[in-house]
Write a protein that binds this ligand. Structure first.
Ligand SMILES: N[C@@H](CCC(=O)N[C@@H](CS)C(=O)NCC(=O)O)C(=O)O
Length: 367
């Protein structure tokens, strides 16, 4: 029997974990292939133009890059058991938590992979080497991983992970783990017994890095065993099963996490939007560089500098478009939630320059 989809990625990759969990939940006819040097050279670079994973290939020879686009492409083809809740509150929460997993939890994920490398060196470097060269000996994989992981290792300062911010990143992550652990003592997934796009956003950081690399995995198992069980559920789901909570309910156990998201991440995203708009005003019709210099951010009460990731606007726009399409009782219900979690003001932003992705490039353009 031919395979409908191939996902090129790796067990160690943040975003491959997100797409993989989704494809398993949908019960698709698919396979995963390691993004070896050969795959980068013959498939990823020619079709995507940049060395990035994961990439989805269809049996018809279509290629999709970016987990959000991969998921939406597959959702259209396989709509049964949609991972987008129908209720306006739940849908907003799911989209915001996808944004949080994709763009904010990258800090603890990269910190607990690279700042503690001395305690998990052979595992982490060996995994990089195993993805590029699965047939090499472990010893050779470690030395290959030493080279191929350099761009990732070298990026942590730009992500805001420095001696000054590390204690606050650790504090914020410990608090998040505890809050999520409380949530998962009551619920199977974020919004009931069915995983939503929010669950798939969170599994990115919480599997490959924080739930698999030895140091943070031990921490999760010890401090947040219910979160660890959720990671296992996400990786071996009962396909197409479960329901979202009735009555568009947002569990109170998610509120503290959403409050942190609104307080810490949304100011960062709003500043990205300003920077993107200024760039587009100066460069009409241009493709916004992926990184636009550095800006301040605050986590765990401490302020640092991190890269301005232009892409964050595109992710946030998904939540914003949903919110700004609401009216009547739906809007009233969502506004009540936004006031509770401190996100109301941020969601009133008017975009001077909405952005979109263009096939064949990673840089965003004006819509
Ligand atoms: N937003 C993208 C990001 C993909 C991504 O950042 N992949 C990492 C590995 S997990 C990578 O290949 N990064 C290289 C790069 O960003 O150039 C997605 O959802 O797929």
């Amino acid at each position: 029997m031919s395979i409908d989809y191939t996902l090129y990625g790796g067990e160690l990759s943040y975003f491959t974990g997100k797409a993989r969990a989704y494809m398993r939940y949908k019960g698709l006819n698919w396979q995963e292939q390691s993004a070896t040097r050969e795959v980068y050279k013959t498939i990823i670079l020619p079709h995507i133009g940049s060395p990035i994973v994961p990439v989805l290939e269809t049996v018809d020879g279509d290629y999709v890059q970016d987990t959000t686009d991969i998921i939406d492409f597959l959702e259209q083809r396989h709509p049964t058991a949609s991972i987008y809740p129908g209720g306006p509150r739940q849908k907003l929460v799911a989209l915001l938590l996808e944004l949080y997993g994709d763009e904010w939890l990258v800090m603890p994920a990269m910190h607990y992979r690279w700042s503690v490398l001395d305690q998990q060196r052979d595992f982490v470097l060996g995994e990089f080497g195993a993805m590029s060269a699965p047939d090499e000996s472990r010893e050779n994989q470690i030395s290959i991983g030493e080279k191929t992981s350099r761009p990732f290792r070298g990026s942590i300062g730009a992500l805001g992970i420095t001696d000054e911010t590390i204690p606050s990143i650790e504090r914020a992550y410990a608090e998040f783990l505890m809050q999520l652990n409380t949530h998962f003592t009551h619920y199977e997934f974020l919004l009931g017994s069915r995983p939503s796009i929010g669950d798939f956003g969170l599994i990115g950081p919480l599997y490959a890095h924080l739930g698999r690399d030895p140091v943070p995995k031990a921490m999760m198992q010890e401090q947040a065993p219910e979160v660890y069980s959720w990671v296992e559920r996400m990786n071996s789901p009962q396909p197409l099963s479960g329901e979202f909570l009735a009555g568009d309910e947002v569990p109170v156990t998610l509120l503290p996490i959403l409050e942190t998201l609104c307080r810490e991440q949304l100011p960062d995203v709003l500043n990205v939007i300003e920077k993107n708009a200024a760039w587009l005003t100066d460069n009409p019709g241009g493709s916004i560089p992926r990184y636009l210099g550095m800006h301040s951010f605050t986590t765990g009460g401490v302020t640092g500098q991190r890269v301005i990731h232009s892409y964050s606007q595109w992710m946030f726009q998904r939540a914003l478009d949903h919110y700004q399409s609401l009216s009547g009782a739906d809007k009233v219900g969502v506004d009540e939630l936004l006031h509770t979690i401190g996100g109301y003001e941020s969601m009133q932003v008017k975009l001077r320059h909405p952005v979109q992705r263009k096939k064949g490039q990673l840089e965003l353009v004006a819509k």
